[in-house]
Design a protein around this ligand. Structure first.
Ligand code: HPA
Length: 259
């Protein structure tokens, strides 16, 4: 899959509450048809901290696409066609482990996939990939690209932004939130944070040969995981905590690009 646009330094995929990069300057919008269909919305390419950056809102800029209906293949293929080789996925999540309290930022190093029924591989035989639809068995022991994780962690240290190093992301089906029992099971499984969009995105990125890391933004305690086990999770709380964390995300992005 050869890029049809000049290379860009970083692609950023925004999750719930992140529908644009405010600091992106000289923004142009590129055409985004892919062999897998249409991505969630337009790709905005511009300049950030002196570097070319592409941005895509995972749920669409008006948050119209639920997690299980996202065309993850098209989203990643569109970014790759735009010239991206490395992708930073912003994922809005619930915290399970105490380190992942609301408003924390984290960089998980593992994941467990609890999703089902999603198109989770390029190897569906539904699209002519020009390579005979070869079956791919990509290594996925470390689901996030270690070098990109290391760059992000170094950027956080340099910029003085608190970033939790490591943790296991549990990807759930959604769009409903989890039961307390589901979160207890996930805790027993070793999950530290929970979100609905981490997979199949990470696996597809690996199949496409993209560098890929997750910057998790903790929006709430997962069901029953916080100090008040009966707290009800609201969208207002989620959006307020993502907004509160956004200054740290911006500083981190600038430091990552500068590094
Ligand atoms: N669970 C799943 N996905 C989420 C959550 C949650 O608690 N918060 C934000 N995204």
């Amino acid at each position: 899959m050869s890029p049809t646009h000049p290379a860009i330094d970083l692609a950023v995929i925004g999750g719930t509450g992140v529908y644009a990069l405010a600091e992106l300057a000289d923004v142009e919008t590129v055409a985004t048809a892919t062999r897998y269909g249409a991505p969630s919305g337009p790709i905005r390419i511009g300049t950030l901290a002196g570097h070319r950056v592409a941005f895509l809102a995972r749920h669409g800029e008006g948050h119209s696409v639920p997690p299980h209906r996202i065309n993850y293949r098209a989203n990643l293929a569109a970014l790759q066609q735009a010239g991206a080789a490395r992708v930073l996925a912003l994922n809005t999540v619930g915290g399970i482990d105490a380190a992942y309290a609301p408003r924390a930022l984290g960089c998980p190093d593992q994941l467990i996939d609890y999703t089902w029924g999603r198109v989770s591989t390029l190897c569906e035989g539904d699209v002519d990939d020009g390579g005979g639809n070869a079956v791919l068995h990509v290594d996925f022991g470390d689901p996030y690209t270690p070098s990109l994780r290391a760059q992000l962690l170094a950027a956080a240290r340099g910029a003085g932004v608190a970033l939790v190093d490591g943790g296991c992301y549990g990807a759930t089906q959604g769009p409903r939130l989890e039961t307390k029992a589901e979160i207890l099971r996930m805790r027993r499984d070793g999950c530290d944070l929970v979100g609905m969009t981490g997979m199949p995105e990470a696996g597809l990125a690996r199949e496409l040969g993209l560098e890929y890391a997750c910057l998790a933004i903790v929006a709430n305690w997962a069901a029953g995981a916080g100090p008040d086990p009966d707290e009800v999770i609201t969208l207002d709380e989620v959006l307020a905590n993502v907004a509160a964390a956004s200054a740290g995300v911006s500083r981190l992005l600038a430091a990552l690009l500068a590094g």
